[in-house]
Ligand binder design. Structure first.
Ligand SMILES: Nc1ncnc2c1ncn2[C@@H]1O[C@H](COP(=O)(O)OP(=O)(O)OP(=O)(O)O)[C@@H](O)[C@H]1O
Ligand SMILES: [Mg+2]
Length: 455
């Protein structure tokens, strides 16, 4: 009779009772009631413990890991998965899953439309669904990708439970077992008794997890903004300082030229005007660099690429810089190219890169030194090198060289001006061409800057 009562078979219990003598009946009824009470009390305690565990996690993963360890005496499973509704309920996406041993094929992130799926029917009825022979189900419904994946994981039966929070569908919990015929109505009842608490905990955990991801992203973004802002301020300081120097020289020269007290000879006047022009040119170069950086930073670098004779471009650059470097006693030498080389590049931008690399090399060369320009064929195209025998680049500075606004320890010689932007611009230009740029330098033994260009 006790077994019948426990299984809710009241007719069976009544029949068992009828077959007993009146004395035995009383004993039997009392015993059965006592047993049922004890069992119910034990179950209530177990539920309370489960609820505490469900509510003890803050993040979705913690809550589900708690469920995974503590749900087993209530519902059997070898795999547990959670999927949530997205896009206003149009998509079901796997958010969490765990499997005892074996490889998971249906992983976090797997998504499928809700419309027309069997999950939609489950949501409509609000009732869990038992499938006790998954391979047979798959044979009937070969289009069910998710069934195919969990069958491949070794699952043979499943209990799919809808999660509803405040009357609104939230998603599904999938219990799956490696044995066929695992699930019965008692398991559905067990789930339904905890369903509301589970759904609320999952909704809360999901929200907390999303908030914590968003918080981390916002913190990362803030750090980047702080860094960019600091870089920008430092850079504005450098730019203002660099513009102020030549401007004050121009101001001083004009003051001399305009002041009737000074008698300026025609020769001196020419020197002053030439100097003013040199200062103005430097300021224009600085402003051009600033505009270049602004354009490149906004991702608006447009290339006008054409087929170029690399040998000719290098020869022109070498010649021009040879003339400029003469007063310093530095030679700019172009090594003969091993073969005729055609590259697909923007001529103006390529010259800009070469100008910067060669002028850097000349600037850092000792008087009497030489700058070697060379090009060789490379697996994808051409590799151009600019070598000098200056002081080289300190190891600490090498990783920072191509970053915009990087302040390096090696400042240019006193009478030469620089903005510190040339290499950052060169890197962006070369990358926009699909090439790479870099440096090889042992401090104290010169530097070799190189870049590659696709043929
Ligand atoms: N050949 C080199 N030898 C030693 N140091 C170099 C060499 N080339 C570049 N550097 C270092 O790298 C820094 C950055 O070079 P970059 O070309 O970006 O700026 P810059 O030459 O200072 O200014 P700009 O090119 O804008 O006029 C230089 O200031 C210098 O410290
Ligand atoms: Mg430079």
């Amino acid at each position: 009779m006790l077994t019948c009562l426990q299984q809710g078979d009241y007719e069976g219990a009544q029949a068992a009772l009828a077959s007993l003598s009146p004395d035995d009946r009383l004993d039997e009824v009392l015993c059965a009631l006592l047993e049922t009470l004890v069992q119910r009390a034990r179950e209530a305690g177990r539920f309370e413990q489960l609820l505490r565990r469900i509510n003890s996690g803050l993040l979705l993963d913690d809550i589900l890991n708690n469920v995974y360890t503590d749900f087993r005496d209530l519902i059997p499973y070898d795999r547990l998965g959670l999927s949530l509704l997205e896009d206003g309920g149009q998509t079901v996406r796997a958010r969490w899953g765990r499997l005892d041993g074996g490889k998971m094929y249906l992983r976090r992130g797997y998504a499928a439309p809700l419309a027309g799926s069997s999950l939609q029917a489950i949501l409509e009825t609000g009732q869990p669904r038992i499938l006790n022979d998954l391979p047979a189900y798959l044979a009937q419904k070969p289009s069910s990708e998710s069934t195919r994946l969990i069958v491949a994981e070794g699952m043979r039966s499943s209990l799919t439970c809808p999660l509803m929070a405040e009357g609104r569908p939230l998603g599904f919990l999938f219990f799956s077992s490696a044995s066929p015929n695992t699930y019965r109505d008692v398991h559905v009842e067990a789930f339904l008794r905890l369903a509301d608490h589970l759904a609320v905990a999952v909704a809360r955990g999901h929200l907390t997890s999303q908030l914590s991801v968003q918080k981390r992203a916002a913190e990362r973004q803030n750090r980047t903004l702080d860094r960019l802002n600091a870089q920008k301020n430092a850079f504005l300081g450098i730019a203002a300082h660099d513009l102020r120097g030549p401007l004050s020289l121009v101001e001083m020269s004009t003051a001399i030229l305009l002041d009737p007290q000074f008698e300026v000879s025609a020769d001196d006047e020419k020197v002053l005007l030439q100097d003013m022009r040199a200062q103005a040119r430097h300021m224009m170069a600085l402003i051009d660099d600033l505009l270049d950086v602004a354009v490149i930073e906004q991702g608006q670098l447009r290339l006008r690429q054409e087929a170029l004779d690399l040998c000719q471009v290098l020869a022109e650059s070498a010649e021009r810089h040879q003339r400029l470097a003469q007063p310093k006693g530095v030679r700019v030498v172009l090594n003969p190219l091993p073969a005729a080389g055609i590259v697909h590049a923007d001529p103006q931008r390529l010259r800009q890169v070469l100008d910067n690399l060669i002028s850097n090399a000349v600037r850092h060369s000792p008087p009497g030194g030489s700058v070697q320009l060379a090009a060789e064929q490379h697996e994808l195209g051409w590799r151009v090198t600019v070598r000098d025998d200056g002081p080289g680049i300190p190891w600490d500075d090498q990783p920072k060289l191509f970053q915009p606004f990087a302040q390096l320890s090696a400042r240019p010689p006193r009478n030469e001006r620089s903005t510190g932007l040339g290499l950052a611009i060169a890197r962006q230009v070369i990358q926009a061409h699909g090439g790479q740029i870099g440096v090889e330098s042992v401090p104290g033994h010169g530097a070799t800057f190189w870049f590659t260009l696709p043929a």
